[in-house]
Design a protein around this ligand. Structure first.
Ligand code: G3P
Length: 288
């Protein structure tokens, strides 16, 4: 079927496997885009096979990632596709900038994922000024989202995404959906150019919340989208969706001022941990 007009949120698949893109595209009849990250690409069955054969190197893995991105692009040619830079504590501004430029040339319209760290935001500022699309990932606080807005001012609407990670806040007993709600509210008040992309989405409640509150984008794994479709939720008006009451700790909305991005507190433990995990999964591919 065509995407129902009442669903304003763009529906993305969160996966590093083009075989899953094909399955979901055929199941839904539409797919607005796909997000990948180092951990998801590391799980791709063909890349796993190359890893087990011991043939991957720090260079060849990028050739494989490029193939994965292009295979996804062939299935959803007009879809928005995000690919992520490699980043760890030692990655310099210059290296990340150069890598972002290389990824941006894989095909037109691609989004370069950068972490919300001091280096990542500094790079985003430059890449956005060069007309490159960016997806600022591992967002765990309203301050981080404010910094993304402030650093990328002047970007075109749709050129910058911010990806709040809902499930990983839930994991530590915090109601992650509040982060999405708070960022949407702040961006609305500020008339922001940044699009909110709900990420680390793990449950139907997470999906319902993003649809009901009209987050611009939501990305979720294949199994969750299949469950969602098979339960007939595609046919429900977002305004009729019900979200379960939570017993998790809620996040207060902050009345933040608009200021220079470097004045926000962008440090977050979960961003650091997330980066470490991405780097470990990536390096495991060619460490044999
Ligand atoms: O969209 C980000 C996602 O890939 C992370 O999800 O479940 O590992 O927290 P998760």
């Amino acid at each position: 079927m065509n995407k129902p007009e009442y669903i304003k949120t763009q529906i993305f698949l969160d996966s590093g496997d083009p075989a899953e893109t094909k399955i979901l595209f055929e199941k839904l009849g539409f797919l607005d885009g796909q997000t990948t990250n180092p951990s998801l690409v590391a799980k791709n069955p063909e890349i796993q096979k190359l890893k087990n054969d011991g043939v991957l190197t720090n260079e060849s893995i990028w050739v494989e990632y490029n193939k994965v991105a292009n295979d996804i692009k062939n299935i959803i040619p007009s879809g928005s596709i995000s690919v992520e830079v490699y980043s760890d504590d030692a990655t310099s501004f210059e290296t990340m900038c150069e890598q972002g430029r290389i990824l941006s040339k894989w095909f037109s319209g691609i989004y370069v994922k950068l972490p919300i760290t001091h280096t990542g935001i500094s790079v985003a500022k430059v890449l956005v000024s060069e007309g490159i699309n960016v997806n600022m990932t591992l967002c765990f606080s309203q301050d981080q989202a404010a910094a993304v807005h402030s650093a990328t001012k002047g970007a075109k609407k749709g050129q910058v995404y911010v990806s709040p990670f809902v499930g990983r806040l839930d994991d530590i007993g915090i109601y992650g959906l509040d982060l999405i709600g708070n960022i949407l509210k702040m961006y609305k008040e500020w008339g922001s150019h940044v699009s909110v992309l709900g990420a680390s989405i793990r449950s139907i409640d997470h999906v319902n919340y993003c649809l009901k509150n009209e987050a611009e984008i939501i990305t979720a794994p294949l199994a969750l989208w299949i469950k969602w479709e098979e339960e007939g939720r595609l046919l429900k008006l977002p305004s009729d969706l019900i979200i379960s009451v939570t017993d998790k700790k809620q996040i207060d909305y902050l009345e933040l001022e608009q200021k220079n991005w470097e004045e926000y507190n962008i440090k977050h433990d979960l961003t650091d941990k997330g980066l470490e995990k991405f780097a470990t999964d990536w390096k495991s591919l060619f460490s044999k």
